[in-house]
Design a protein around this ligand. Structure first.
Ligand SMILES: CC(C)(COP(=O)(O)OP(=O)(O)OC[C@H]1O[C@@H](n2cnc3c(N)ncnc32)[C@H](O)[C@@H]1OP(=O)(O)O)[C@@H](O)C(=O)NCCC(=O)NCCS
Length: 409
């Protein structure tokens, strides 16, 4: 049995939220729901129907995401949900196929998403493209190396985030293209980042911020909440939950971290979701104390392989014939030659003998520069026909800094 797919109108928002609430076990406050509605692009929201009933949905944001070399329009897949009564009957698969066709028709070459479960999207050609680091640091473990960068012209200013929203937006806009995976934030996204109703606080107090600035203006900010408590002996035992920390230069970055890590009455800093190559790691005198956990973050799908590969920069030159397996987007399947380097790239179909045979998900996985192709080769998930071809391809695709998105969509 198939369930016909059609676009969802804005007037059908209550039906869509019902599916989202049931699928995700989500119980949004009306204002949270209104914020999400304001972000939803209804002209790219589709639903599966069983008769009149909406039983599944998928949507996408029109993101401008940084890829190696610069910004690129990317479909930010979101709101993927199927009613529990209709699960495992192919609703997701038909929505995914339809959505990928729509993305291609719009002229976007790449789709990206955050997966609720890591085992879902590989079958649709998505590959794990970035990872994030979560950790907590106790104050005594947080000393920096001796020569951490310091700038006497920098000073800290404690402010309410809402009062400096324009400064935060400006600073973020100035750093968004520095790392693959980050995306530009429209006002509706900033509304969510700075949301601070009681239900946004989850018992951890209001959103607070510290700016690092000099006479020229703001050079960085930290956004966080502080959950204050005292232990049984009357000793301070507060916890600082870092939401984000952005800086334009190393000195502002280090000063903001010091301000977070040294905050009085706080004994522990909780940090969820930082880049795997976060410069903080290099600043810590005792990196072993970080005890970090690494999890998958963005999943990326090359919707049009030729255009996508031609739209990013490469670390070193490469000339390789790829034989791509893609049964979900068959227009990508077959052989193409990628000739690429720091100054540009061309990728086009050829009949030449392949150097590497690989599933399209492997290219999605490597696209933002995470450089996992070597693992795929060792695991037997891609096949090398010309010795050294995978190493050469992986070197060209890899990037520094490592990809990281930092804000779920
Ligand atoms: C995940 C979800 C969208 C799947 O929808 P569905 O309609 O049941 O999926 P389908 O029936 O189309 O399944 C397609 C394939 O994916 C597999 N699959 C589905 N959900 C899966 C999951 N959570 N984990 C692993 N595999 C999954 C199915 O077994 C099937 O495999 P097959 O092709 O080998 O037979 C649905 O269960 C759901 O809404 N879950 C809760 C919300 C959620 O996690 N959404 C995803 C947000 S990123």
């Amino acid at each position: 049995m198939t369930f016909p797919i059609r676009p969802i109108a804005e007037s059908e928002w209550p039906d869509l939220t019902r599916v989202l609430e049931e699928a995700f076990g989500w119980t949004p406050h009306p204002e949270q729901s209104a914020r999400f509605k304001a972000q939803t692009e209804f002209d790219r929201t589709i639903g599966s129907f069983d008769g009149d009933q909406l039983v599944g949905a998928a949507s996408a944001f029109s993101l401008t995401m940084t890829v190696p070399g610069g910004p690129l329009p990317v479909a930010g897949v979101t709101s993927v949900s199927v009613l529990p009564s209709h699960r495992r009957r192919g609703v997701l698969s038909s929505l995914m196929r339809r959505q990928l066709a729509d993305v291609r028709e719009r002229g976007e070459h790449v789709a990206a998403l955050y997966a609720s479960e890591a085992s879902i999207y590989g079958r649709y050609g998505y590959g794990r493209a970035s990872s994030e680091l979560s950790f907590h640091l106790r104050k005594p473990d947080a000393a920096f190396v001796r020569d951490w960068p310091q700038d006497p012209s920098l000073r800290l200013r404690v402010v309410r985030p809402a009062d400096v929203r324009a400064d935060l937006e400006k600073l973020f806009a100035s750093v968004v293209t520095r790392r693959p995976g980050r995306y530009e934030r429209p006002e509706t996204v900033w509304d969510s980042v700075l949301a601070d109703e009681e239900y946004d606080q989850r018992g951890a107090g209001p959103l607070r911020s510290v700016l690092a600035e000099d006479d020229g203006g703001v050079r960085g900010y930290a956004l966080f909440r502080v959950k204050m408590s005292w232990d049984a002996h009357g000793l301070p035992d507060g916890e600082l939950k870092l939401q984000e920390l952005e800086a334009a230069d190393p000195a502002a970055y280090a000063l903001l971290w010091r301000s977070v890590l040294e905050r009085d009455l706080v004994s522990r800093v909780e940090v969820g979701g930082r880049p795997v190559d976060d410069p903080l790691i290099a600043l810590l005198a005792d990196q072993r104390r970080l005890r970090a956990e690494v999890t998958d973050e963005l999943w990326v799908r090359l919707v049009d392989v030729d255009q996508a590969l031609a739209s990013r920069a490469y670390a070193v030159p490469v000339d390789v014939v790829l034989e791509i397996e893609d049964d979900v987007c068959p227009w990508n399947a077959g052989r193409r030659r990628l000739t690429a380097g720091p100054s540009g790239a061309v990728c086009r179909p050829v009949d030449d003998a392949p150097d590497v045979t690989l599933p399209v998900a492997a290219l999605g996985s490597a696209y933002l520069g995470d450089g996992r192709l070597g693992e795929g080769l060792q695991a037997g998930l891609l096949r090398e026909h010309s010795p050294g071809a995978v190493r050469a391809l992986a070197a060209a695709l890899s990037w520094s800094p490592k990809p990281w998105c930092g804000l779920t969509f």
